[in-house]
Structure formats: structure tokens, C-alpha cells
Design a protein around this ligand. Structure first.
Ligand code: XMP
Length: 320
């Protein structure tokens, strides 16, 4: 049983000191790797890891082909300013090959997990000689996985999976007692800029969590373009998280006076504190309408945009 540390209980500086010691003790004289996606959790763990290990921590951004527009360059740029070198590893082919033909949500997540941890990180760890991977799993990831709701891509030990056996390295999870609000407080204390510690959450399975049905480079490109528009419109909404989703359904639309049996994008925008429960943000109709206008104009093939008005539960934040 993991003991939760609430944001009220969290003494960020003491927590940092304790975790720095724990990470140093666990890594010993070896080197470690960490996977940075640029999300709040992995950015915070990157700063914590560098405080503990300095140059003995190698930070890698995996370009899996399912990230948002310009994400790799943006994340590398942010961390350069913080004095952290981020290495970009191109694994696009491996991820799309692993996702080929899969439509079931849990199988998609499993394909991403295996590609990420076994193939890509397995290889990096073997080549580098590192003994462990540092990652930003948080308590909410564990809760929902253990409850059997959704298997979060980054949860192993609590499912009885020995990562040393399964992938050939250990995984250290210094944030596992925290929830998102606690991680933000910690990230701030570690010197992350607001643009990073206050960034909206983005899931490990990335845009693949936002495509219903087949995940192909073309379908990812559609949801990527729609995501950029949704994020641009809602960045000042104050919402916890917002996203675009590509559905499998085709709907009749019209363009240039002709019938177009087109694609449908769903926009979601959530009010939440810790992602355990959430309700749809009461966005203005003007915002929704303008956003829908840009999506149908700028994303090829899209003729319909909907806005989700259900809460979690029974919805979940992501669609896959
Ligand atoms: P759900 O969809 O379960 O999402 O309501 C709750 C929060 O977790 C994020 N999320 C994930 N994060 N690996 C992660 O690291 C995952 O597999 C994953 N799935 C969902 C989601 O974006 C939301 O903030």
C-alpha cells in the first residue's frame, strides 16, 4: 500500500532532500536514464533526478510519432534553458509498427508499453549500461490501474510485474506518493518555469489515447492538428485538461457544394483537481463555435465537431 502525501502535507524542500538521498542510494555509483515527455510529472522527475545525479542521469525524449505538434523541439528548448541536455531518440517506425491493426483500447496501451519499455528503453539501457530508469509515475496512475479501470502505461510493480525480469532494468518512481497538485508544487520548488509545472497533463500513450480505432500516421496527423487548435483556444480557460479526439464514425457533411462523408472530432475540456473525478468546463458557446469553425476549416476531412458534456465518472478524461 502506497502512503499518499497530499498537497497540504507536502513540504516540498524536505521531500526533495529525502528523494535526492533515496535516488543516490538506489543508483549507487551507476548511471541512470530518464524518459522525459515534457509533461508535468516527467519534467519534475527530470529536475529531481538531475539534482540527485547530475551528469550521471541521461535524459531522453522518445519521439514516438504520437506526440503533439512541435513537442520535441519545445521540450528540448525548455530544458536547455534549465541546463539539462535532452537527447531525442527517433522511434516513430517502431511505435507505428506496434500499433498497426490494433483497435482495442487495452491492447493499444499494451503495445505502447511494450514498445516503450521493452524495445526502445531496453535498447537504450543496454547500450548505455544504466541500471535503472527514473520515471514520474504518480498515485492516480496506480489507483486506476489497480482498480482495473484503465491500465496506465507506466504501472508495473503494483500489477506484480518485475521490470528487471520483464525489461532488464529497475524503475525508480520518486513521485509515487503524490497527486498532480503535489507534483506541481514540487516542480515549482525545483525551479521549473510555470509553462512546465502548470502545463496541462498529457498521457503517456500520447495522441494514441485520443484516437478511437486504428492508429495510423494519417489519423494521428488529424488529431494532432485538431489538438493544436483546441489547445490554442483553451490555453487561458483555467481548465485542468483539454483535448481533441478523433472518432471512427463518418458523418455526412458538405464542402464546396458537394457531399463529403467526413470525419468527426470531439473536443473535451475538464475541470478537475486531481483527475480522479472531473466535470466538463462550461465554455462559452462563442468559444466553442469559433473553435469548431477553425477545426472544420483547417483540419482536412473534418466536417463535424462535438463537445463532451458528461462527467468522470462514468467518462474518463482520455477516450482510450
Ligand atoms: P483517465 O483517462 O484515466 O486519465 O481519466 C486520468 C489522467 O491520467 C492521464 N493518463 C495517463 N497518464 N499514462 C499516463 O502517464 C497513461 O497511460 C495515461 N492515461 C491517462 C490523463 O491524461 C489524465 O490526466
Amino acid at each position: 500500500m502506497i502512503k499518499e502525501i497530499t498537497v497540504q502535507e507536502l513540504d516540498a524542500n524536505r521531500f526533495i532532500e529525502e528523494k535526492v538521498e533515496e535516488i543516490r542510494a538506489a543508483v549507487g555509483g551507476d548511471t541512470a536514464i530518464n524518459a522525459l515527455s515534457g509533461g508535468v510529472d516527467s519534467s519534475t522527475v527530470t529536475m529531481l533526478g538531475h539534482r540527485a545525479l547530475g551528469d550521471r542521469l541521461r535524459t531522453v525524449f522518445v519521439e514516438n510519432g504520437i506526440m503533439r505538434e512541435g513537442e520535441a523541439a519545445e521540450v528540448v528548448g525548455f530544458f536547455e534553458k534549465l541546463g539539462v541536455t535532452v537527447e531525442v531518440v527517433d522511434a516513430r517506425k517502431e511505435f507505428f509498427a506496434a500499433l498497426d491493426g490494433i483497435v482495442d483500447p487495452e491492447q493499444k496501451r499494451e503495445a505502447i508499453t511494450q514498445t516503450f519499455y521493452k524495445q526502445v528503453f531496453g535498447r537504450i539501457v543496454r547500450e548505455s549500461g544504466a541500471k535503472c530508469l527514473l520515471q514520474g509515475t504518480i498515485l492516480t496512475d496506480v489507483d486506476e490501474t489497480v482498480a482495473g479501470i484503465k491500465r496506465q502505461h507506466n504501472v508495473f510493480e503494483q500489477l506484480g510485474i518485475d521490470t528487471q525480469q520483464a525489461f532488464g532494468y529497475r524503475i525508480l518512481e520518486p513521485l509515487i506518493q503524490l497527486r498532480k497538485d503535489g507534483v506541481r508544487k514540487l516542480g515549482k520548488a525545483l525551479g521549473l518555469p510555470e509553462a512546465l509545472f502548470d502545463r496541462i497533463p498529457f498521457p503517456g500513450p500520447a495522441l494514441a489515447a485520443r484516437v478511437v480505432g486504428a492508429v495510423t500516421p494519417e489519423r494521428i496527423e488529424t488529431v494532432r492538428k485538431a489538438t493544436a487548435i483546441v489547445e490554442r483556444f483553451l490555453k487561458d480557460s483555467g481548465a485542468f485538461q483539454y483535448m481533441a479526439i478523433l472518432h471512427e464514425d463518418r458523418v455526412t457533411g458538405m464542402r464546396d457544394g458537394k457531399r463529403e462523408f467526413g470525419l468527426q472530432i470531439e473536443a473535451r475540456c475538464w475541470d478537475s483537481v486531481d483527475a480522479r473525478t472531473a466535470s466538463p468546463t462550461r465554455l462559452s458557446f462563442d468559444t466553442l463555435e469559433a473553435m469548431a469553425g477553425d477545426i472544420t476549416e483547417q483540419v482536412p476531412g473534418v466536417v463535424s465537431v462535438t463537445y463532451n458534456i458528461a462527467s468522470k465518472p462514468p467518462s474518463t478524461l482520455e477516450v482510450v
